[in-house]
Design a protein around this ligand. Structure first.
Ligand code: Z15
Length: 822
């Protein structure tokens, strides 16, 4: 069916598109129609798409320069872009044209899209949020640049061998990537290490001179980011590290060729690989160097662009906004101070006033292990001048702000200081962010409240206007239009063509929530998506599942606070009930997991193993007659999420209240008509508000109740002894039932839930979770009721469009104007 909202924006029709693809196949790919592989056809298609992308890219960049627009610069260590082919085609309004052109060539667009490796330059929520935000910025026509690292290897590929996670390197650009453009004309040189000299100048001024021990070259790669409607094409600029002195002929002449190779290898290491830790601080020197490298490159790039139209720094803060995506790019603050003072000759106060206006900071977590701190000794060695600047910012802050508000209060000073004075002394990056930034935001209402009240209460007393909320969002272009085209077509037929831009337009769907004809159309699409997923599951895992079962999906990083172990415990209890009573009445259920564990996170890896081993036993147990299946999908990533989410009936959002800052998978799943089973945590609270408590299944302790229980003194043993099913399920893990001949292999799950105190209150929430699943079961059996709920979910999530998040940032923090592109 031709999607009526696609008025081709470019005059290219199907036949011309076809001609261009064939042309590129021959002249760009150097092959022919007869010999071309799918990979070559895909590349030729991308080359055709790029013709239009580049045209808009050039006109956008020229217009921004001419109009000298204010822009936001989104600094992020991660951009989890996934695949770009289908997304770019949809945003250009050329998807159907391209699909038909390829059909004429006996090729399937969807099939070619599968050739594209994911651009997995991120771990999870934080990186994917950055990707959704740059899509929205371009769609809304705001001048913006994304700045990050050009990792040669993105997040590891996960293989499952005998139930365990094995990490394999990801090589997304092994055979070249059609979306990136190298920009050698914008290379930067970045200093590192060395020492600081204090000099007395001829002008009788004392100055600091940093004599770096090493210079690294930063090479920018640009990824064009096309907005929906293809008016604006912004840039994602990713920095690759290289050795700057490879052709140091002196070294060559002294027979130092091999040494120079070592220097080269060391320099290239900086952007070699993404750290695979989500929400845990690594504390490694290379990680600090990565952060500094991309921030320094980006700031130099910003200053170079600024200087094209300005001769001094008076307008800098009016032109430049820098958003720090978590604390990872915090080093940009002392780096801008250094550039302005040491390199540009500004006074301290001038530079500080600029920094305060330029920077703002997004906090994404309250977890203490995720709040970055760096040992002072490391800083001193890697970035000696930056440490001096941080000391000076700190001294100024403690004297003029803290002492003025709380005179002679050393306890508060100790708490708010940028330097943690314990042994070894450490630099607290979050404190530096809060002290500098003019705005600090959390990512969901509840989270922003906790940022103010629990994480930074004194800072909030000092500067109450600094703290604000911007609830996260996701782009409906990727997470509905592109990943669930049948549902997108149904929505377009029903409410018209504007919903990808104005997701609130889907409210109209609620009118049809009780209409049996619409319900059937909606649920037939869900069924079809499930049937497609059944094939993927079979191909990836060998497991047979039925599309008639409830597809219950938990997809997110593996972390104890996200409580995959609660889901597993419930599966064990269900399994046991079915063994005890073969007539136990439940609708067949498929529990699907997708998740990567940080390679060093033992318990997380043990949970993956346990899910797989329990799954193996359940999946081929004939006694339960296929009523239960457990599927662990290997290598969870953006492109797999695009297949899982449209097929989900139930969305598992079961974190301990107070721990998930927002969540964004929760939004994607609700948007595609899945029913949330969730705690009152993060954005779940706002989703429940929007869809109504009748259309989601809420369970468990609230943030307040979690705090009270912890204050009273929580003991998981109370629940273990009080609930016979919990006890049996946990004791089961001590046996060899799931790991024949190898008893005790799953013990660590039980240990973490009992011996180690069950930090995340899994057992406390179990009874409530179990009851919630019984509600899910009965709701599903009422087909009309379920369809209505699913429709209302899709109709009610307009708030979670990332366009709305961006508008919130613009109004509260960035104060940008939209820019029309001629
Ligand atoms: C990350 O993915 C998130 C927070 C972090 O501090 C780090 Cl280091 C990585 C996630 C949050 O866990 C999640 O709740 C939130 O939705 C997401 O960031 C985007 O804000």
């Amino acid at each position: 069916m031709v999607n009526p909202m696609e008025k081709p924006l470019f005059e290219l029709d199907k036949d011309e598109f076809k001609q261009e693809i064939v042309h590129h196949l021959r002249t760009t790919l150097g092959t022919s129609e007869k010999k071309a592989s799918k990979q070559a056809w895909w590349m030729a298609t991308c080359a055709t798409i790029n013709q239009m992308l580049f045209e808009r890219l050039t006109s956008t960049q020229q217009t921004h320069l001419q109009k000298d627009t204010r822009a936001v610069h989104y600094f992020s260590a991660e951009f989890l872009m996934g695949r770009l082919t289908a997304n770019n085609l949809h945003n250009l309004g050329l998807y159907k044209t391209c699909e038909e052109a390829l059909k004429d060539l006996n090729l399937e667009l969807a099939d070619l899209c599968e050739q594209e490796p994911d651009m997995a330059l991120g771990n999870g929520g934080l990186g994917r949020l950055a990707a959704c935000f740059i899509d929205s910025l371009a769609t809304l026509g705001y001048p913006a640049l994304g700045y990050g690292l050009h990792y040669e290897h993105g997040l590891f590929r996960q293989e499952i061998r005998d139930g365990r996670q094995v990490e394999r390197p990801d090589s997304w650009r092994e055979y070249g990537n059609p979306w990136e453009i190298c920009r050698p004309e914008s290379v930067q040189e970045i200093p590192l290490y060395g020492y600081v000299e204090t000099v007395f100048g001829e002008d009788c001024q004392v100055r600091k001179v940093w004599h770096p021990g090493r210079i690294i070259k930063g090479v920018p790669w640009d990824i064009p980011i096309v907005g929906f409607g293809a008016q604006t094409v912004n840039i994602l600029r990713l920095w690759e590290s290289r050795a700057s002195n490879f052709f140091d002929w002196d070294v060559f002449n002294h027979g130092g060729y091999v040494d120079s190779q070592k220097e080269k290898a060391e320099a290239e290491t900086i952007s070699k690989v993404l750290y695979p830790n989500d929400e845990t601080e690594a504390g490694k020197e290379l990680r600090l160097v990565q952060q500094y490298f991309f921030c320094a490159c980006s700031l130099k790039d910003i200053m170079r662009r600024y200087k094209r139209t300005h001769t001094d720094f008076k307008e800098f803060a009016a032109q430049i906004a820098v958003q720090l995506n978590d604390t990872h790019p915090t080093i940009a603050i002392p780096e801008l101070m250094r550039e302005l003072i040491d390199e540009e000759g500004l006074e301290w106060t001038e530079a500080w006033n600029i920094c305060k206006q330029v920077f703002s900071y997004t906090n994404h977590t309250l977890l203490p292990e995720a709040l970055e701190t760096w040992p002072v000794y490391l800083f001193e060695r890697v970035l000696p001048r930056h440490l001096e600047i941080i000391y000076e910012i700190n001294a100024y802050f403690l004297k003029n702000e803290v002492d003025a508000k709380w005179p002679a209060n050393n306890e508060i000073k100790r708490k708010l200081s940028i330097i943690d004075e314990s042994n070894p002394r450490r630099v607290r990056m979050a404190n530096l962010c809060v002290i500098t930034s003019h705005k600090v935001n959390g990512v969901a209402e509840i989270h922003s409240k906790l940022v103010k009240e629990d994480l930074f209460p004194e800072f909030n007393q000092l500067w109450p206007d600094k703290f604000c909320n911007v609830t996260n969002g996701v782009t409906p272009r990727r997470w509905l239009l592109s990943c669930n085209q049948e549902l997108a077509d149904l929505f377009t037929e029903t409410v018209g063509t504007e919903w990808p831009l104005n997701l609130d337009a889907l409210r109209e769907l609620a009118k049809y929530a009780d209409d049996p004809v619409f319900q059937k159309k909606f649920m037939d699409i869900k069924l079809h998506n499930k049937e497609k997923l059944v094939k993927v599951i079979k191909a990836e895992t060998g497991i047979d599942v039925s599309a008639d079962a409830i597809f219950d999906i938990q997809i997110k990083r593996l972390h104890e606070y996200k409580r995959q172990q609660l889901n597993l415990l419930h599966i064990l209890v269900l399994y046991r009930r079915l063994l005890l009573n073969p007539e136990y009445d439940i609708h067949p259920r498929v529990f699907i997991f997708g998740s990567k564990a940080a390679p060093g996170y033992r318990v997380a890896k043990d949970i993956i193993y346990a899910i797989n081993k329990v799954g193996e036993r359940i999946n081929d147990d004939p006694r339960i007659k296929g009523k239960l299946k457990v599927v662990f999908m290997p290598n969870y990533r953006v492109s797999l999420a695009e297949k899982l989410i449209p097929a989900a009936d139930v969305s598992e959002q079961i974190s301990t209240a107070g721990y998930e800052a927002s969540g964004t998978g929760n939004m994607k799943l609700a948007m595609n008509g899945a029913i949330t089973i969730g705690t009152l945590d993060g954005a779940n609270i706002e989703i429940a508000e929007e869809v109504g408590e009748d259309n989601c299944v809420i369970f468990g302790l609230t943030v307040e109740e979690v705090k009270e229980l912890k204050a009273r003194g929580y003991s998981p043993w109370d629940y273990y002894y009080a609930n016979a099913e919990i006890k049996s399920a946990l004791d089961w893990l001590d046996t060899d039932y799931f790991t024949p001949g190898r008893p005790g292999e799953l013990q660590s799950i039980k240990k973490s839930l009992l011996d180690y105190g069950d930090t995340y209150l899994t057992l406390a929430d179990f009874a409530s979770y179990d009851e919630a699943h019984q509600r899910i079961n009965s709701l599903y059996r009422d087909k009309a009721r379920w369809a209505k709920m699913a429709i209302i979910n899709a109709a009610s999530v307009g708030k979670f469009n990332s366009d709305r998040s961006i508008q919130d940032y613009v109004r509260q923090i960035w104060h940008l104007d939209k820019c029309d592109i001629s």
